[in-house]
Design a protein around this ligand. Structure first.
Ligand SMILES: Cc1cc2nc3c(=O)[nH]c(=O)nc-3n(C[C@H](O)[C@H](O)[C@H](O)COP(=O)(O)O)c2cc1C
Length: 101
């Protein structure tokens, strides 16, 4: 299944559109994982917005934001690889490493 995610610009400003939509996309990814399905977030479709609009019939006020393929994985999936939080999180100022001590 390919889930094509659109953001309705009538319901949200363009600046807030992604923040309104991507939490739902994350819930979709989590739900797929909980069901044992594989899924992946892709946003490349935003670069081909006109093609996506034509294929799925989005009107001009609906912006293509993501395509999420979901399917039965060929093998049992392990936990996703993640960089340590300390490499990604700053404390007070960007670039000041977060430490728990
Ligand atoms: C905002 C965002 C956009 C992404 N867009 C694409 C994409 O267009 N194509 C793609 O192959 N992966 C894309 N990725 C990467 C995949 O979603 C995923 O993070 C990557 O395949 C690693 O999988 P894992 O997190 O399950 O380890 C994107 C990730 C994020 C966070």
């Amino acid at each position: 299944v390919l889930v094509v995610v659109g953001g309705d610009t009538n319901g949200s400003s363009e600046q807030a559109l992604m923040a309104s939509v991507f939490p739902a996309v994350q819930n979709l990814l989590l739900a797929a994982t909980a069901l044992g399905l594989g899924s992946v977030l892709t946003t490349l479709a935003t670069y081909r917005a006109d093609d996506v609009r034509r294929i799925v019939g989005f009107p001009p006020h609906v912006m293509p934001l993501a395509v999420v393929p979901i399917g039965h994985p060929e093998r049992v999936l392990g936990p996703p690889r993640r960089a340590p939080l300390a490499e990604k999180v700053s404390r007070e100022h960007f670039g000041v490493a977060w430490t728990t001590a």
